[in-house]
Every structure is written in structure tokens, then in C-alpha cells.
Ligand binder design. Structure first.
Ligand SMILES: CCCCCCCC(=O)SCCNC(=O)CCNC(=O)[C@H](O)C(C)(C)COP(=O)(O)OP(=O)(O)OC[C@H]1O[C@@H](n2cnc3c(N)ncnc32)[C@H](O)[C@@H]1OP(=O)(O)O
Length: 197
């Protein structure tokens, strides 16, 4: 099949796609996004073996984040599990929705594992939204070791799909949904589902 006939990858925006727009109420560059949900495996403090990833707003629709690989995150001896690294990228990319004030879920996540990541390493992540088409948000991200400008260890392109809050309410387990909705803190309640207050 020639390059002309080859179908465009699902994570590559089509020509003429809209440029993602930062919401006027998005956190200022440098501001920590905090955890969107305490029990989130990616960012919540309530998950002792979770990634406890910390993201902060960047310029435009971009974020940076750090995650330190713990012994609980191993695949091969002394090395991070690839699925955990993909989770770190998924979480970082997912946090872009907070800057656009849309609710999205991951539809597709294409990950390249470029270098092994030893336990104890801090992965420096960055992500940005590149395009929007209807409910589809295209984004890309990298994870570097040795510092924010260090060599790339993992990278991903992803397609997130905008959903209504019903996506979580109708599909989530009832006890967690009830608890999250009963949270007296309005921002925390909203952010559990990534709904903007
Ligand atoms: C800070 C927040 C961090 C959050 C943590 C990180 C994010 C996550 O991990 S979210 C959890 C993982 N993801 C999920 O559980 C999602 C499960 N999937 C679903 O619920 C559904 O398949 C969903 C909602 C993505 C799409 O379903 P639905 O709403 O019916 O949309 P559908 O009409 O099928 O698709 C909409 C468009 O997206 C495209 N699309 C949907 N899924 C994919 C996919 N996997 N690959 C490529 N394209 C896709 C469709 O082709 C369609 O495109 P077009 O508009 O051009 O026809």
C-alpha cells in the first residue's frame, strides 16, 4: 500500500482540525492541578501504590507533571512496568481536559517505550492538546528521565473523546459514585468527574 493510500492513524488530526482553546478560567501557567479524585490511581493521594502524579498547568493547552517510580511499579526487576508508564502518560494527557473545561476519556493511547526506566527515577512528563474535531481531542506527550530536558523514555499520541457526566454516573460502581457526589466540597465533587464547577 502506498503512503497516499494508507489510512491516517486515529491519533493524527485531520487537515483543518480546530486548534484547542484554553478556557479563560483555566489555572494559570505554573499552578498545580492537584488530584482530580483522591482515589485515582494516577494522581490520588488515597492510592498508596498509585502514581501520585503531580501535574501543573503550562502555557496554552499544555501541562507538565512528575512521577517517581516506586518499587510497587516494577515489571522487570528494578525497572518500571510499561503499563505503569503508559498510565503516567494517560493521566498527564487526561489532565489537559481541566485546561479546556471539557470532560473527556481516553479512546486511544499509542505508546512508544524508548528507554527503560529504573525504580527511583523521576519521570518528567509533558503533554499538549494539538487539535479538536467535534468530540475528539488529539494530544501528545512525552516522559523524560534525568530532568525536564533529558532523553525521552516514553512518548504517546492519544485521542480523547468528550463525554457527558452521565458516562461516569451510569457506568461507575454505585458506592464510589454516591460517595463522590455526596462530597460537601463542590470543587472536589466536580473534579472527581472532571466536571467544571
Ligand atoms: C485528569 C483526568 C485523568 C483521567 C484518567 C486518564 C483518562 C482515562 O484513563 S479515561 C478511562 C479509560 N477510557 C475509557 O474507559 C473509555 C471507554 N470507552 C468508551 O466509553 C467509549 O468507547 C467512548 C466514550 C470513548 C466512545 O464512545 P461513544 O461516546 O459512543 O462515541 P463514538 O460515537 O463511538 O465515537 C466518537 C468519535 O470518536 C472516535 N473514537 C471513539 N473511540 C475511538 C478509538 N478507540 N479509536 C479511534 N477513534 C475512536 C469514533 O470513531 C468517532 O469519530 P467520528 O466522530 O469521527 O465518527
Amino acid at each position: 500500500m502506498s503512503a497516499v493510500e494508507r489510512p491516517r492513524p486515529a491519533t493524527t488530526p485531520p487537515p483543518g482540525a480546530e486548534v484547542p482553546v484554553r478556557h479563560p478560567d483555566a489555572p494559570a501557567p505554573g499552578v498545580s492541578l492537584g488530584a482530580h479524585y483522591d482515589e485515582c490511581f494516577g494522581c490520588g493521594a488515597g492510592q498508596p501504590h498509585g502514581l501520585q502524579l503531580e501535574a501543573r498547568a503550562g502555557e496554552g493547552v499544555a501541562v507538565t507533571a512528575e512521577f517517581t517510580v516506586k518499587p510497587a511499579h516494577q515489571g522487570a526487576p528494578g525497572l518500571a512496568h510499561g503499563g505503569v508508564l503508559a498510565t503516567a502518560l494517560d493521566e498527564t494527557l487526561g489532565s489537559l481536559n481541566w485546561l479546556m473545561h471539557v470532560i473527556t476519556v481516553t479512546g486511544r493511547l499509542e505508546t512508544d517505550f524508548v528507554r527503560p526506566v529504573p525504580v527511583g527515577t523521576t519521570l518528567h512528563l509533558d503533554a499538549r492538546a494539538t487539535a479538536r474535531v467535534g468530540r475528539k481531542v488529539y494530544c501528545t506527550g512525552t516522559g523524560r528521565i534525568g530532568g525536564p530536558d533529558g532523553p525521552v523514555a516514553v512518548r504517546a499520541d492519544a485521542l480523547f473523546i468528550e463525554v457527558k457526566v452521565d458516562h461516569f454516573i451510569e457506568n461507575g460502581r454505585e458506592e464510589e459514585i454516591r460517595a463522590a457526589m455526596a462530597d460537601p466540597d463542590q470543587t472536589r465533587r466536580a473534579r472527581a468527574f472532571e466536571v467544571n464547577p
